[in-house]
Design a binder for this molecule. Sequence first.
Ligand code: COA
Length: 391
Amino acid sequence: MTQDAAIGIHDLSFATTEFVLNHTTLAEHDGTDIGKYHRGIGQQSMSVPAADEDIVTMAVAAAAPITARHGTDQIRTVLFATETSIDQSKAAGIYVHSLLGLPSSARVVELKQACYGGTAALQLAIGLVRRDPTQRVLVIASDVSKYELDSPGEPTQGAAAVAMLVAADPALLRIEDPSGLYTADVMDFWRPNYRSTALVDGHESITAYLQALEGSWKDYTEQGGRPLGDFAAFCYHQPFTKMAYKAHCHLLNVCGQDTDPDEIARVLELTTAYNTVLGNSYTASMYIALASLLDHADDLTDRAVGFVSYGSGSVAEIFGGTVVPGYRKHLRTAGHREAIDRRRPLDIARYRELHERSFPTDGGVHPVPRQTGGPARLLALDHHKRLYESR
Ligand code: COA
C-alpha cells in the first residue's frame, strides 16, 4: 500500500431532501408485508425531493458547510458525479460553483458511469492533488434514484448528495494505492436519455454486482492490495442496504472464509445506518456509508477501511483507506443527523404526485412552488433555462 504522499478525504458532508416516505406507508399502499422492506431489502424509509429540489440544490446543501469551514481559495477543480443529470451539455456543477461563490479560476466538469461516478471523481481528484499538493478538489456526488411507480425498484428509491474535499495531508481518511478494477458490458440498469425513470433488471443487477466484486477483488489482490483481515470495516455501494450483506458474504466465500453472520454484521452494520433511512443515492451511496461508519464507530484511528464501488453497466473498483488520527473532531455527525431528522413525512398521495411531476417542454416560464427549507432552490424553468436562488 502506498501512503508516502498522503492524499485523501479532508472533509465530508452530506445532505438530502425536504421529504421522506416511510416504507410502512408504501407497504400499506401496495399490500406488501413490511418484513420484505425492513428485513428483505433492509430499508426503513426513502428521501423524496421537493418540487424545488434536485441534484444541484442537494449538492449546494452538502458542499456549503465545507466551503464555510475551509474557504474556497485552494479549490481549483469541482468534479460533479451524477447519473441523474439535468442537462445533456452543461455540467450541474457550474450552478453549484455559482451558488457557492467559488472562484472563477476553478474548472468544473460532470462525470458519469452509473453509481461508480463518485469513485471516478475521487480517484481523478487524487491524481490532480498529487500533481500539485497545494490544490484542493471539491468532489460532489449527487443523485435522485427514481423508478416507475408500482415497479419492483420503487422501494429502493432515495436521494442525497455527498461533498468531499480532497486534499494533501487529509484530516479524515488517507486513500491508498492500489485499486482493484473490473469492467464488463452488462445491461442490469440503465436510463435512456428520453426517460426520467431508470430501467433495472434487479436480480440481474445483484448477480452483476457480485461478479464485479469478485473480478475487482481478484485484481486488487494481484495489484498487491491488503489481505481481507486487515480491514476493520467495508463500505459497499448500497442500492439497498441488504446488498452490502450479500456482497460481503460473497467476498468471504471467494476468499474461502467463514460467513459468520456476527462477523459480517461487525464489519458492516455501522455503514448502513444512514442509507437504510435515505434510500439509494446512487453515486453518493458508498460515501454516505463512510459517513455513517465514521459518525457511529467508537474509534477507528489508524484502522483500514475497504471500499467496494459498483456502477451498473458496469464498472467496479475496490480500494483501501486509513483513518487519520484526530479525525473525530472534524466529523459532521450533528449536521448529518439534522439532515435526516428534519425531513417531513409524505402521505402516499403527495408522494405519488411529486413522483409524477415534470416540466412542460414548451419553452415557457414555469415557476416552481417554494417547498424546500434547504440553502438553495430551483426557482423556475424559464425558456428552457433552470433558474436557482440561494437563501
Ligand atoms: N419478510 C422478510 N423478507 C422477505 C419477505 C418478508 N415478508 N418477503 C420477501 N423477502 C425477502 C426475499 O426473500 C428477498 O431476500 P433475498 O434476496 O435475500 O432472497 C428480498 O426480500 C427481496 O425479495 P424479492 O422477491 O427478490 O424482491 P423483488 O423481486 O421485489 O426485488 C430488488 C428486489 C432489490 C431486486 C428490487 O427492488 C430492485 O430491482 N431494486 C433496484 C436495485 C438497483 O437499483 N440496482 C441497480 C444498482 S446496483
